[in-house]
Design a protein around this ligand. Structure first.
Ligand code: NAD
Length: 493
C-alpha cells in the first residue's frame, strides 16, 4: 500500500469488500485535494449497484457465523484494533490533516475519542447482558436476551473522518452484526488507512466492509433489502431525508443532523476562562464541528468586558497549515465551503451585526491557494439574524447581550436545533436552571465544548437528531440488537 502520509496525487481510493481491496465500478468520481494547499491527493470512484450488492451479500454471509461466535471471540479483533490504532495514531493524524485541513493536535484528539469507542465496545460481554428472573410465574423462569440482526451501514460526514466511523463500527460488530461504512466522499483517505488496520486486526471476511461513494451509494444501501439498519451523521436536510427513506423501507435508523449551539455567560462567571473556552469552542477545527458553540449570550453587566476578552483571544489564534505544530486554526474542507462561510459573513454585515474582528482578508504565506479564513467576531447579533439562526460551520463567532439567564435560555430554546450548549457561571442556581430547562442534548457547565465520553450516548434534540437511540455507548447496543424473552418451564420428571 502507498504511504498516505506522502500522497503523490494519484491515490485511487478502493473499497474493502469480503476481506479484499477492490476498485469501485461506478460511473462517477470525485477528485481529492489537500485543503491547506489545494494540491491533488487522488480520487475516489463511486460504488455501483453491483458493488453494493456484493458487499451486502458478503456481510449477510459473514453474519451467519459471526452472530454465533462466542462473544469473547468477537471482541478479540477489537482489542487488536485498539492497539493498532494507538500504534498508528500519529500516522493517521498526518493523513487526517492533509485530507481534512484541521491541525495535528485536533486530529490526534479526534482519533483518541474514536479509540475510546473501541475500548468501550470491548466491554460488550458485560454490557450486552439483560435481566433474568427465577420463578417469574409458577415453575417458570424468564430471561431477556439481546440478539444481533444482520448487516448495518453507517454513512458519515467529512468533519470527523477518523472518529465518527468509530461511534458505530465497534459496537455493531461486538454485538454480532456485520457492518458497512460509507465515508464522506470529500475525504475518504483516513477511512482507507483505518480499514488497512482493520484488515490486520483479524475480523473474518465480510464482517467489516468499506464502500465508497456519494448520494446514489447511500440510497443504494438504504434501499437494499439485505441491510437491517442505518446510522447517519451529517447535515440536517440530509439527516431528515435519510430518516424518512430508511423508515419508509422499514429499517432501523438513527440520523444525527446539524446544529446551532449557544454559550451563555453570566455575571458570576470567570470571564477570562470563559473567553478562552468560548473561542476554542467556536474556532477549533476551523468551526467545522457540530458541537461548535458560536452564538454567545452574555449578561448585560459583563458584555463589554467579555467581548473585549473574546476579541483579544480570537486575534491571537494562529491560522495556517495544520501540519505545523504552532497552528491553532487549519483550513476549511473545500473552496466551495470557504465561499459559503464568506457568504454568511457578508450576510451578517448586511443584516447589521457589528464586525469586531474580520477574518476575510487572510493570506497564509506559501499557502495562497489554501481554503483559509481567519476567525471573524460579530457583536450585537440579534436573534432574527441569519448568522444567529443557521449553522455556519466556519470560524465565525457572534455575541449578544441579554438581560438575564432566563432570557438567554429562552432565546437558546427557540432555536430549531438542540445539539449542544454551554453555560459559564459561578452560580449553582443558574447551572441548575440551565440543566433543567435547556432543550438540548449535550449541556456543559463551565465546559467550552460539551462532548460526552464514549461510555455516554452522543446526540442532539429537535432538528439536530432524527430517531430515538443515539451514537456511542449503551444506546448503540440497543440500536444494534433486538430483545427476546425466554419463558421456560421444566417440570420435574
Ligand atoms: P452532508 O450531509 O453533506 O454529508 C454527510 C454524508 O451524507 C456523506 O457521506 C454524503 O455522501 C452523504 N450525502 C450527502 N448528501 C446526500 C443526499 N442528498 N442523499 C444521501 N446522502 C447524502 O454533511 P457534511 O457536510 O459531510 O458534514 C457536515 C454536517 O454534519 C454539519 O451539518 C454537521 O453539523 C453535521 N454533523 C453532525 C454531527 C452530530 O453528531 N449531530 C456530527 C458531525 C457532523
Amino acid at each position: 500500500m502507498v504511504d498516505l502520509r506522502e500522497p503523490d496525487g494519484t491515490e485511487a481510493v478502493e473499497n474493502y469488500v469480503d476481506g479484499a481491496w477492490q476498485t469501485p465500478t461506478g460511473d462517477d468520481e470525485q477528485a481529492l485535494s489537500n485543503p491547506a494547499t489545494t494540491e491533488p491527493l487522488g480520487s475516489v470512484t463511486f460504488s455501483s449497484e453491483s458493488d453494493i450488492d456484493e458487499a451486502v451479500r458478503a456481510g449477510n454471509e459473514a453474519f451467519e457465523e459471526w452472530s454465533q461466535a462466542p462473544v469473547e471471540e468477537r471482541i478479540q479483533p477489537l482489542f487488536k484494533l485498539k492497539t493498532l490504532l494507538e500504534e498508528h495514531q500519529d500516522e493517521l493524524a498526518e493523513i487526517l490533516v492533509q485530507d481534512h485541513g484541521k491541525t495535528l493536535a485536533e486530529a490526534r484528539g479526534e482519533l483518541r475519542r474514536g479509540i475510546e469507542n473501541v475500548e468501550v465496545a470491548c466491554g460488550i460481554p458485560s454490557m450486552m447482558q439483560s435481566g433474568s428472573l427465577l420463578n417469574a410465574a409458577p415453575e417458570i423462569d424468564e430471561s431477556a436476551v439481546r440478539k444481533p440482526l444482520g448487516v448495518f451501514a453507517a454513512i458519515t460526514p467529512f468533519n470527523f473522518p477518523g472518529m465518527i466511523p468509530l461511534w458505530f463500527l465497534p459496537y455493531a460488530v461486538a454485538t454480532g452484526n456485520s457492518f458497512i461504512l460509507k465515508p464522506s466522499e470529500q475525504n475518504p483517505l483516513v477511512a482507507t488507512r483505518l480499514f488497512e488496520l482493520i484488515d490486520e486486526a483479524g475480523f473474518p471476511d465480510g464482517v467489516v466492509q468499506l464502500v465508497n461513494g456519494g448520494v446514489d451509494t447511500v440510497n443504494g444501501l438504504i434501499d437494499h433489502e439485505g441491510v437491517e439498519g442505518i446510522s447517519f451523521v451529517g447535515s440536517t436536510p440530509v439527516a431528515k431525508l435519510i430518516y424518512e427513506r430508511a423508515a419508509a423501507n422499514g429499517k432501523r435508523v438513527q440520523a444525527q443532523g446539524g446544529a446551532k449551539n449557544h454559550i451563555i455567560v453570566t455575571e458570576t462567571a470567570d470571564l477570562e476562562f470563559a473567553a478562552e473556552k468560548t473561542v476554542s469552542s467556536a474556532c477549533a477545527c476551523a468551526g467545522e464541528r457540530c458541537l461548535a458553540n458560536d452564538i454567545v449570550l452574555v449578561e448585560d453587566g459583563v458584555y463589554e468586558e467579555f467581548t473585549d476578552l473574546v476579541v483579544e483571544e480570537t486575534a491571537s489564534q494562529v491560522v495556517g497549515n495544520g501540519l505545523n505544530e504552532e497552528t491553532d486554526i487549519g483550513a476549511l474542507i473545500s473552496e466551495e465551503h470557504e465561499q459559503r462561510v464568506r457568504d454568511y459573513i457578508d450576510t451578517g454585515v448586511e443584516e447589521g451585526a457589528t464586525v469586531l474582528l474580520d477574518g476575510r482578508d487572510t493570506e497564509i504565506d506559501g499557502h495562497e491557494d489554501g481554503n483559509f479564513l481567519a476567525p471573524t467576531v460579530f457583536g450585537d447579533v440579534s436573534e432574527e439574524m441569519t448568522i444567529s439562526q443557521e449553522e455556519i460551520f466556519g470560524p465565525v463567532l457572534g455575541l449578544a447581550s441579554v438581560d438575564s439567564v432566563d432570557d438567554a435560555i429562552e432565546r437558546m430554546n427557540r432555536s430549531r436545533f438542540g445539539n449542544a450548549a454551554s453555560l459559564f457561571t459561578g452560580s449553582g442556581a443558574d447551572a441548575r436552571k440551565f440543566r433543567h430547562e435547556g432543550e438540548i442534548g449535550n449541556l456543559g457547565v463551565n465546559v467550552g465544548t460539551s462532548a460526552p465520553m464514549a461510555f455516554f450516548h452522543f446526540g442532539g434534540w429537535k432538528d439536530s437528531f432524527f430517531g430515538d437511540l443515539h451514537a456511542q455507548g449503551e444506546d448503540m447496543i440497543h440500536f444494534y440488537t433486538d430483545k427476546a424473552v425466554y419463558i421456560e418451564r421444566w417440570p420435574d420428571a
